[in-house]
Ligand binder design. Structure first.
Ligand code: NM2
Length: 551
C-alpha cells in the first residue's frame, strides 16, 4: 500500500537536496557561510526588483480573478456548504501561515525602522517614527497575503473542481506542462518547494526558539542555553507531532482554535491595559500612511543611490525583498493548506477571505504590540532600542512584555502562545509535506508520513543549531526559493488556462456562483470533438479524455 501511494522520487529527491546543502555546511561551516552569503547578495541585489514586481503583480492578478467569472467558480458541489465556518477557516489559515515570528516582529520590527528608516529619512526623526509603525504592517499586509493566496487557486481548483486526488505543486502546473508533471520536471518543482519550505521553517524556528527560551527564563529563572533550546524544540515537536498525527479535523483545528483564543486574549489585554488611545490613533494613522504610499512602498528600489552622491541604505533588499522571499517559500505550503480547507467556498471568497482576514490579523498584532512598544520608547518608560542593540531581540521583546500588569501571568500567556503558534505552523507544514510526497491523497496523507516530516522539520534546524549554521541555512533557503518566482507565474497561468476553458465549455456565464461539473465538461468536449473528427479517428477520443485535462 505504502509503496504505491508514496511518490518515492520526490521523497528521496527532497532528502538528497537537503543533505547536499546541509552536510557541506556542517563540514565546512565557514566557507559554506561565505558562499551562501555571496549567493544571497547576488540574488537580492540583482533580482530584488523581480521580487518586488512579483509581489505587486500577484496582488493585482488576484484582485482581477476575484471579480472575474473565474472568481465565481465554486470549489465543490452545487449544494455544498463550506466545510469549516468562517471563524475556524480564518483561524486555521492564519495559524497555518503565521508562526511565532509574528510575536517576534510585531513587538520589535518598529525599533529597527526607528533607527534605520526608509527613503533617506533621518533616524529617530518624527518621520522615522511614523514609518516605523507603518512598515511592519506593509510587510505583513495585503501583498504578503496575496503571495500566500496565489498557489491556493490552481490547487483548490484541481482538487475540488477537477477532482484530482493529488495535493502537489507540480499537479497544479499540469495544464501548462502536461505530462511533464509526472516526470523529472514535476519532481523538480515539488522538491524545490519542499526545500524552500524546510528552510523557511528553519528561519521560523531560529527566531522563535530563543524568544521562547527567554520567556521560560523569566518564568523559571533557568538559564537560556543550548539544552533549553533543545528542550524547547523537542517539546514543540512533540505537540505538533501529535497534532499532525491526529489530523486536520481534530488536532490541527483544536490547536488553532486555542491559538486564536490566546492571541485575542493577549492583544485585548495589551490594548485595554496599555495606552489604548495611542494604539488606536497610531494604528489608524499608519493605515492612512500605508494606503497613501502603497505603490511607493511596493516598488521602492533605491535606484539612484547606487550612482549618485547618496549612500545606499540597502533597506529594500534587507527588508521588503527578504520578506517577499520568506513569504514566497511558505506560499505553496499555505496555498495547499488553504486549498484543502476551502471546500464549499467560491474562488472569490477564498481569495478575498485570505487577503482580508490575513491582513486584519497582521494589523491587529502590529497595531497593538508594535505601538505598545513604541509608546514605551517615546514616553521614556523603557529604552527598547538600546536593549535591542545591546542585548538582542529576544531580551528586548520580553522586556516589553514584562512592562504589562501581572507580568508573570502575561509572560506565561505570551510564551505558551509562541509555542502554540510554532506548533500550528509546523503541524500544517508536516501535513502538507506529507501530501506532496504522495501520489494520491484520498482524504488525509498517511500517518507515518505525516510524522516523518514532523521530525524532519525539527531535526535539521536542531543539528544546525548545535553547529551554529542555522542562519546560513535560512539564507540558503531564501536563495533556494528563487525559482519559486517562476513557479508562481506557472501556477497563475495554469489556473487561468484550465478555468477559462472549463467555464467556456460549461456555458455558465451568468449565475452568481458557477458550479462546474467536470465530468459533464469532459463529456461535452468529447462530443464536440466527435462532430469535428471523422469517425475513423476513433482512438483519438480515448486519447482526448486522458490528455485533455492537461491542457
Ligand atoms: N512569514 C509570514 O514564522 C512564521 O511566522 C511563519 C513567516 C512568512 C513572514 C511565516
Amino acid at each position: 500500500m505504502t509503496n504505491r501511494v508514496i511518490d518515492w522520487p520526490t521523497f528521496i529527491g527532497a532528502l538528497i537536496l537537503l543533505l547536499l546543502v546541509t552536510v557541506p555546511l556542517i563540514i565546512f561551516p565557514e566557507e559554506g557561510k561565505l558562499y551562501v552569503d555571496a549567493a544571497n547578495t547576488y540574488v537580492t541585489t540583482n533580482f530584488g526588483v523581480l521580487y518586488l514586481l512579483m509581489g505587486i503583480a500577484v496582488f493585482f492578478f488576484l484582485v482581477y480573478v476575484a471579480f472575474s467569472e473565474n472568481g465565481r467558480v465554486k470549489l465543490g458541489e452545487k449544494e455544498e456548504r463550506p466545510e469549516f465556518n468562517d471563524f475556524s477557516w480564518a483561524g486555521m489559515l492564519f495559524c497555518a501561515g503565521i508562526g511565532s515570528s509574528i510575536l517576534y516582529w510585531a513587538t520589535i520590527e518598529w525599533a529597527y525602522y526607528y533607527q534605520g528608516p526608509p527613503f533617506g529619512i533621518e533616524p529617530g526623526s518624527r518621520q522615522a517614527i511614523v514609518w516605523s509603525s507603518t512598515y511592519g504592517i506593509f510587510h505583513w499586509g495585503p501583498i504578503a497575503w496575496a503571495i500566500y493566496t496565489l498557489p491556493a487557486l490552481p490547487m483548490a481548483y484541481f482538487y475540488y473542481v477537477r477532482k484530482s486526488p493529488v495535493l502537489k505543486v507540480s499537479e497544479a502546473t499540469r495544464p501548462l506542462i502536461g505530462k511533464l508533471a509526472d516526470g523529472p520536471l514535476g519532481t523538480l518543482i515539488d522538491v524545490l518547494f519542499i526545500f524552500g519550505l524546510l528552510g523557511g521553517a528553519g528561519t521560523t524556528l531560529a527566531l522563535g526558539t530563543p524568544m521562547i527560551a527567554e520567556g521560560i527564563n523569566r518564568l523559571t529563572g533557568l538559564e537560556t542555553n543550548m539544552i533549553m533550546n533543545v528542550g524547547i524544540l523537542a517539546g514543540v515537536t512533540l505537540i505538533f507531532g501529535i497534532s499532525a498525527y491526529s489530523g486536520l479535523r481534530k488536532g490541527i483545528k483544536i490547536l488553532s482554535d486555542l491559538n486564536l483564543f490566546l492571541a485575542f486574549f493577549l492583544l485585548a489585554f495589551m490594548y485595554v491595559l496599555g495606552p489604548t488611545r495611542f494604539i488606536t490613533e497610531t494604528t489608524t494613522n499608519s493605515i492612512g500612511v500605508l494606503l497613501d504610499n502603497f505603490f511607493h512602498m511596493s516598488t521602492w528600489t533605491e535606484p539612484f543611490n547606487r550612482l549618485g552622491p547618496f549612500t545606499k541604505s540597502g533597506f529594500p533588499e534587507a527588508w521588503t525583498v527578504f520578506y517577499w522571499a520568506w513569504w514566497l517559500v511558505y506560499a505553496p505550503f499555505v496555498g495547499l493548506f488553504v486549498a484543502k480547507i476551502s471546500r464549499g467556498r467560491t474562488i472569490k471568497q477564498m481569495i478575498l477571505g485570505t487577503i482580508i482576514y490575513g491582513t486584519i490579523g497582521s494589523l491587529l498584532f502590529f497595531g497593538v504590540m508594535g505601538n505598545y512598544g513604541l509608546h514605551l520608547q517615546l514616553t521614556g518608560q523603557l529604552d527598547v532600542i538600546s536593549i535591542l542593540n545591546n542585548e538582542g531581540a529576544p531580551v528586548a521583546i520580553l522586556d516589553v512584555i514584562s512592562t504589562l500588569p501581572w507580568a508573570p501571568f502575561i509572560i506565561l500567556i505570551f510564551t505558551v502562545l509562541a509555542i502554540i503558534f510554532l506548533a500550528t505552523t509546523f503541524d500544517s507544514s508536516s501535513y502538507i509535506l506529507a501530501s506532496v510526497v504522495q501520489k494520491e491523497v484520498a482524504d488525509e496523507p498517511l500517518r507515518w508520513n505525516r510524522l516523518f516530516w514532523a521530525f524532519a522539520l525539527c531535526l535539521l534546524p536542531l543539528t544546525l543549531m548545535f553547529l551554529g549554521g542555522l542562519d546560513t541555512l535560512q539564507t540558503a533557503s531564501i536563495v533556494g526559493g528563487f525559482p519559486l518566482i517562476f513557479i508562481m507565474i506557472m501556477l497563475a497561468w495554469s489556473f487561468m488556462k484550465a478555468s477559462n476553458r472549463d467555464i467556456e465549455v460549461s456555458d455558465q456565464y451568468k449565475p452568481k456562483v458557477i458550479n462546474l461539473n467536470y465530468k459533464k465538461i469532459l463529456e461535452k468536449l468529447r462530443r464536440g470533438k466527435k462532430k469535428q473528427e471523422p469517425p475513423q479517428k476513433g482512438p483519438v477520443d480515448a486519447h482526448f479524455e486522458e490528455d485533455d485535462p492537461n491542457r
